[in-house]
Design a protein around this ligand. Structure first.
Ligand code: BES
Ligand code: MN
Length: 462
């Protein structure tokens, strides 16, 4: 690998990443569909520059998947690289110090929506690949790239593609860089991700909004009905009250619990610097790691209905909706949890309300067996640059397509170069440039180790 690559090209690299980040590829907002396509096109051009002979934009009913294969390197293993080019909506805009799509460096950190989640990390893997090209621009191993544009919004273009063409996941290893270090100086690989079941609950109690004086006292209020239902789904101790929800939850292994106990962790710092609240909530009988990594959650994301304009309007709302989701842990299945949620809501609904649950999207939890030899190679790459192997932790977040990446048996390496304070999905999301520069070296090193010792070669596609 060209170890001076970063030192010599920092300003070019920063310029390229800034161009990529300046494209507002917000997948959830229809107004940004053309921007999502521009981000896919940016990747297409970049992959062509890197020497991939035929880059494909694969269409479906949503934003395209970008697929590319580096030049074939016979006799060498195949690495599948996954990432996503879409980003979360940037609001609240007035909380950003610099605008979300005007990438800005302050104090060695690059601020922009997508800087860490996931464009900056996709960029890191691409530049690591570039750094390993030889004088004839040949890579050390076979690399297949798959980038989606709907990770953040629950689209299914990529899952439709992999269902129709599972051989695309045939590889000796799959690498996903959409996560963070456990802490500065502590690289991580992930043994599990939580799944997700996202739904909307809507309530109608009246044909139309009513005068709250004339009818207050007798007319059923849709918002009140909704919040009573929501309150019935979780108690103050943090226990979710959906019947049978915890039945299939598999507790973390003894080994995982042993490793978690030894991780550096300061509850007061965590509360102040990351959570930014006044107290931690949730099931006190479990450790914080168990609560964020190994237990399901129920969250209310937003409630709509009634009067929220300026001033005061006296009205009994006829209609109200809430967006909610559950995070799921190994042992749970999102289709089943969706049915449990529907049943629990139906049981809580009073007879005078029409209550509907619409399942919007989701994904199953993942558990990764980190004993495959590819993980030792990743450890070696991390150790050679940071002096420390990757700690085995879990993530509370979700990446719905991950279970499908491992379908043909490739070990799925979940890792990343982010830091816990990157502010994913929040205002002022950032990526520390030192993490990017060292990340390019780490993953370049990993590609080379895998090329040398990561066989056997995958069978050719059927
Ligand atoms: N990169 C995150 C997932 C993540 C977050 C992994 C934190 C590890 C730690 C990913 O882009 C993400 O945000 N996923 C969404 C998926 C959802 C919209 C289906 C999530 O977890 O909310
Ligand atoms: Mn995300």
């Amino acid at each position: 690998m060209d170890t001076d690559f970063v030192a010599r090209q920092q300003s070019r690299l920063l310029g390229e990443l800034s161009d990529f980040l300046a494209i507002p590829s917000v997948s959830a907002l229809p107004a940004h569909a053309a921007d999502c396509r521009r981000a896919a096109e940016w990747l297409r051009a970049e992959l062509s520059r890197l020497g991939c002979p035929a880059v494909q934009l694969i269409e479906g009913d949503g934003h395209p998947v970008v697929w590319a294969e580096g030049p074939a390197v016979p006799g060498r293993p195949t690495l599948l690289i996954y990432g996503h080019y879409d980003v979360q909506p940037p609001d609240p805009l007035d909380e950003w110090t610099s605008p979300p799509f005007e990438p800005t460096v302050r104090d060695g950190r690059l601020y922009a929506r997508g800087a860490a989640d996931d464009k900056g990390q996709v960029f890191c893997l691409l530049k690591a690949y570039e750094a390993t090209l030889d004088a004839d621009r040949r890579p050390p191993l076979n690399v297949h790239f798959i980038f989606e544009g709907e990770e953040e919004c629950g689209g299914h273009v990529i899952s439709d593609l992999l269902r129709a063409e599972p051989e695309r996941t045939r590889a000796d290893a799959a690498l996903v860089c959409d996560m963070s270090y456990y802490a500065p100086g502590w690289p991580a690989v992930y043994t599990a991700l939580r799944g997700l079941c996202y739904a909307e609950i809507s309530v109608r109690t009246l044909e139309r909004d009513l005068h709250s004086g004339t009818y207050g006292g007798v007319a059923p209020n849709a918002i009140e009905t909704l919040v009573r239902i929501l309150a019935g789904l979780k108690d103050e101790s943090g226990e979710i009250l959906i019947p049978k929800l915890y039945k299939s939850v598999e507790p973390p292994s003894k080994e995982e619990l042993r490793v978690w106990k030894k991780l550096p962790f300061d509850k007061a710092d965590f509360l102040r610097d990351e959570v930014t609240g006044q107290a931690l909530t949730g099931r006190k009988e479990y450790s914080i790691f168990e609560r964020v990594w190994a237990l399901p959650t129920f969250e209310i994301h937003g409630i709509k209905g009634g009067f929220v304009g300026e001033g005061a309007k006296t009205v009994i709302p006829a209609q109200a909706t809430a967006k909610v989701s559950l995070r799921l842990v190994p042992g749970q299945d999102y289709a089943k949890v969706g049915r449990l949620l529907e049943r629990a809501v139906a049981a809580l609904a009073p007879r005078w309300a029409d209550v509907k649950v619409t399942l919007l999207h989701g994904g199953d939890p993942v558990q990764v067996d980190v004993d495959h030899p590819a993980f030792a190679l990743l450890d070696e790459a991390f150790a050679s640059v940071t002096g420390r192997k990757a700690v085995r932790v879990r993530a509370g977040g979700s990446i719905p397509i991950i279970p499908e990446l491992g379908l043909t048996g490739a070990p799925v390496l979940l890792s990343g170069i982010g830091l816990p304070d990157d502010g994913l999905h929040s205002p002022n999301e950032k990526l520390d440039l030192a993490q990017l520069w060292s990340g390019i070296e780490i993953f370049g090193r990993f590609y080379e180790l895998l090329a040398e010792r990561g066989g056997p070669t995958a069978p050719p596609p059927a």
